[in-house]
Each structure stands twice: as C-alpha cells, then as structure tokens.
Design a protein around this ligand. Structure first.
Ligand SMILES: CSC[C@H]1O[C@H](OP(=O)(O)O)[C@H](O)[C@@H]1O
Length: 347
C-alpha cells in the first residue's frame, strides 16, 4: 500500500496535505515562507505533535532562506526570532519547541553564514526520517499490548501517519499488531469537536484495510461497560517527568472510564514528546481553541447564535491512570520518573 505521508519537502517548498478538508477533499497546501507554515500549524492544516515538529523543522529552513545574510550574528538573531514565531503557533505539543530548539542548535554551531541554510535543510530532513523510524519502533514495542483475537482496542483522536511523518504512534501500534496477524476489534472515537477520529482515523484505517468501528465520544463508557474493550491506547502531546500526559481533550475521560472498568490504558509517544523539564501535568499549557469549533462545524452553526463555548483542545491524564507509555526505546512502566528518564537517555 502507499504509505500516507502528510508532509513533503521539495527542496524549496513545503507541501502539506490539508487536514481541515480530509477525508472528502484531498488538497495540498504549498508553503514558501515560515509565517505561512506557522499559520498552517495554528489552523491545523497540519496537526499532531510529531507532524508539527517535522513541519517546524522545514519552517526554519524557509526562514533561513528568507533571512539569510552575510552578517552571521544578525542572521542568527533573525532566525531566533522566526523560531520563536514558529514555536508560538500552538502551545501544548512539546515537539514544536523541541524541533525549533534542535534547528537553532544546528544554526548556532555553523560558523559560515552561507552554510547555515543547507545544514538546516539536512537537519529538517533528518527529523522527518527519524520520526518515521521512531514510529515503527514504537509499533514494534507496543504490538504485544494489543488484545487477543476478537477482543477490542479503543483509540482516540488521530495518531496515525497524518499526525506524524508516517506510520503513526498509537495507531501505528494497532497497525503493527494487525500486521503481525492480530485479529482484534478496533474502535475509534469521533473526537469532537474537530473530529480527528471520524475524519482522519477512520480514513486511515480504511486505507490500511483494518476494520474499525467509529463511536461517538459519549459511547466509550457503554462500550467498556459491555466488555467490548480490553485496552485503550492514545497518543500524547506532552508527557511530564512523572508520566502525567497531555493529549486530545477526552483522553482523561477515557482513562478514568478505563480505570473504572479495570481496562489497561496506554500512551504511545516518541521520547521527543517527553518533557523532563516539566515535573507534573499541572504545568502543561493547555491550548484553548476558538468557540466556533464547538458551536458549529465546517462553517455550519449547530448551537444558537451567540452561544458561548469552552473549547480546551487537550486535557491532562494523571500518571496513576496510565498502565504503560510506549516509546521507541521501551514500554515505560511506573514509576515513570525513573522509566521515562531511562527511555529518553536510551533514545
Ligand atoms: C501522534 S500524537 C497526535 C496527537 O495530536 C493530536 O492533537 P491535534 O490533532 O490537536 O494536533 C492529539 O492530541 C493526538 O493524540
């Protein structure tokens, strides 16, 4: 099958599969400047923690092409400002800032101003290539956690190829289990209000040939109560040092429901999503998105005109609800403060 890859670098232009229009329209957005790349991240034309990290890498290459100057200190200063603009595109996923910092380290280590852009391009390509390899390793480490044939796994939001450079994280674990011969049942939530599940995950599972049943977010409880779910696995946008995890809003709800029903709840994420500088989840910034994403969809109003809405894009699941965190180096088990440090050091 053709692997889904939502991000393409042509050597001078960034091409993004516009995820605001999937699955019914397949439109490529062509981006030639870093501000447009940052806007595409904010508008979620590209989304998913690893995918926005990869995009940020190429946005820094576009910035270098625009800001290049022979006066090195001025060039580095302008790059740093562009990096700050890119990193501010969305607050919760650590991968965005992680990628900008990694690109700036490369720029600052290059003495020749004329060599900065090509070095940055090399590094952005490396970030993208590493991400796919990391995701496949996450799949290998996590597939043993998938349920027995006929039992169910539930996942939330979109953590497939569309959220990464390719292959995905939590969806990649499900894919790895399926491709290893597992014939478990797959359920995915619609993931209101942006519908990453109904629009993106259901599409990805169809492309993979993996049967998956879509459920309303509010049906997760009854599915678990009826014994249809043997494990839950989701992605992550930022994992604190103690294992508290920020992920798409509704993840915390699923984790508490899983705990109540005696079902193991797993996170799958690359070590680049672990933020050891943050001790616990209370310190993770949670993005609040526009109210119209809740009161309507695709420009069609749902709620009455003037209805106020609260629209947190993420929530934080306390580590006590998490049975394991699957990374590219290992499956971290509690106590996470130790196991996450070991996983990051081994990466
Ligand atoms: C592979 S992690 C993807 C992660 O990002 C999603 O958020 P968004 O669609 O708002 O970028 C969601 O939290 C997923 O778990």
């Amino acid at each position: 099958m053709n692997e889904i890859r939502p991000i393409n670098w042509t050597g001078s232009r960034l091409e993004l599969l516009d995820q605001t229009l999937l699955p019914h329209q397949h439109v490529t957005v062509r981006i030639t400047d870093y501000r447009a790349a940052a806007a595409a991240i904010t508008e979620m034309r590209v989304r998913g923690a690893p995918a926005i990290g990869v995009t940020a890498g190429y946005a820094m290459v576009l910035a270098a092409a625009e800001l290049q100057s022979r006066e090195r200190d001025h060039f580095i200063g302008a790059l740093r400002e562009a990096g700050a603009h890119i990193a501010a595109a969305r607050p919760t996923a650590v991968n965005l800032g992680w990628a900008v910092r990694r690109m700036m380290r490369v720029a600052e280590a290059e003495p020749d101003p004329g060599s900065i852009r090509p070095r940055l391009e090399q590094e952005a390509r490396r970030i993208q290539e590493e991400d796919e390899a990391i995701n496949r390793r996450i799949g290998e480490h996590g597939r043993a956690l998938m349920p027995a044939d006929g039992q169910g796994v539930l996942t939330h939001c979109n953590t497939g190829a569309l959220a990464t450079s390719a292959f995905g994280t939590a969806l990649g674990v499900i894919r790895a289990g399926w491709e290893a011969g597992g014939r478990f049942k797959v359920y995915n939530t619609e993931t209101r209000p942006w519908l990453q599940g109904a629009r993106l995950t259901s599409w990805e599972f169809q492309q993979l040939g993996i049967p998956a049943t879509l459920i309303a977010d509010s049906a997760a409880g009854v599915l678990m109560q009826r014994g249809e779910v043997s494990c839950v696995i989701t992605g992550a946008d930022r994992v604190a040092a103690n294992g508290d995890t920020a992920n798409k809003v509704g993840t915390y709800t699923l984790a508490v429901l899983a705990h109540e029903n005696g079902i193991p709840f797993y996170i799958a994420a690359p070590t680049s999503t672990v933020d050891l500088a943050i001790a616990h989840g209370d310190d993770i910034a949670i993005e609040e998105r526009p109210q119209h994403e809740v009161t309507g969809y695709g420009g069609t109003p749902i709620a009455p005109e003037g209805t106020p809405a609260y629209n947190p894009a993420f929530d934080v699941t306390p580590h006590r609800y998490i049975a394991g965190i699957v990374t590219e180096t290992t499956v971290c088990r509690p106590p996470y403060t130790e196991s996450l440090r070991q996983a990051v050091d081994a990466a």
